[in-house]
Design a protein around this ligand. Structure first.
Ligand code: PGA
Length: 253
């Protein structure tokens, strides 16, 4: 059985005292949860604080996006090298909140994925359909188009250096998670698509589900054979709820 992974996407939430309470509370609890892996993606200004608290522990951290460029005149952007300097191991790429606000096209997500692996960051590549696309029966067309934008750019060797997260847009922040059966069906489809390119990669690649995962539905979602863990937004803002999700991952590993 593959180790499950739980990633907190804290989005644009938090402040210095709140982050400290969250990270220290989490550290205390995951000491008792050795069978899964835990990652926190905090807003970029707090990486200095995250690095100070988490260095040398078993919780990793990552950026919520990054520039496609290593340095230069890109006002307001964060370079992949800066994420590395603050100890980030991961970076979220292609989150729907960035795609839908116009910051990330398929092509730009592919470019970011390529830049991330070039400097040694592990991309957490997000994909998923909007409600309109879901209702039009286009889910698989959308996720394959988004995934292929990465595969076409970095090949199977590049894809192997990342993690994938299926996050239907209609489930993000709505309290309406995909059913475990729906999530399993899409993740198994994605794995099948990758299997056509490389069987071992399909087996080994970590594929997460994200979208309204909470303490109540985590256990059932993580019991699905193709779901390797979760990308957690809203529920990561409540430390106890997030810890309950980490426990569900630990128990399912
Ligand atoms: P949610 O967000 O858990 O609040 O639905 C998930 C995400 O956006 O990654």
């Amino acid at each position: 059985m593959k180790r499950k992974m739980v990633i907190a996407n804290r989005k644009m939430h938090g402040n210095i005292p709140d982050n400290k309470a969250f990270l220290e509370g989490l550290l205390d609890e995951v000491a008792e949860l050795p069978d899964a892996d835990y990652v926190v993606c905090m807003p970029h200004p707090y990486h200095f604080q995250v690095q100070a608290i988490l260095t040398g522990t078993r919780i990793s951290w990552g950026g919520q996006t990054m520039s496609r460029f290593e340095f230069g005149a890109h006002t307001g952007s964060t370079s992949p090298l800066m994420l590395l300097e603050f100890g980030c191991k991961y970076v979220i790429i292609g989150h729907s909140e960035r795609r839908l606000s116009g910051y990330e096209s398929d092509e730009a997500s592919g470019q970011r994925f390529e830049e991330a692996i070039k400097v040694g960051l592990i991309p957490i590549f997000c994909m998923g359909e909007t409600l309109k696309e879901f209702e039009a029966g286009m889910t698989v067309d959308v996720v394959i188009r988004q995934l292929n934008a990465v595969i076409n750019r970095v090949g199977k060797e590049g894809l192997a250096k990342g993690i994938i997260a299926y996050e239907p847009v209609w489930a993000i922040g709505t309290g309406k998670a995909a059913t475990p059966e729906h999530a399993q069906c899409i993740l198994s489809f994605l794995r099948g698509h990758i299997e056509l390119i490389d069987e071992a990669l399909a087996k080994n690649i970590t594929i997460l589900y994200g979208g309204s995962v909470n303490a109540k539905n985590a256990q059932k979602l993580f019991s699905m054979p193709d779901i390797d863990g979760g990308l957690i937004g809203g529920a990561s803002l409540n430390t106890q709820e997030f810890i309950a999700i980490c426990k569900a991952a630990n128990d399912a590993s």
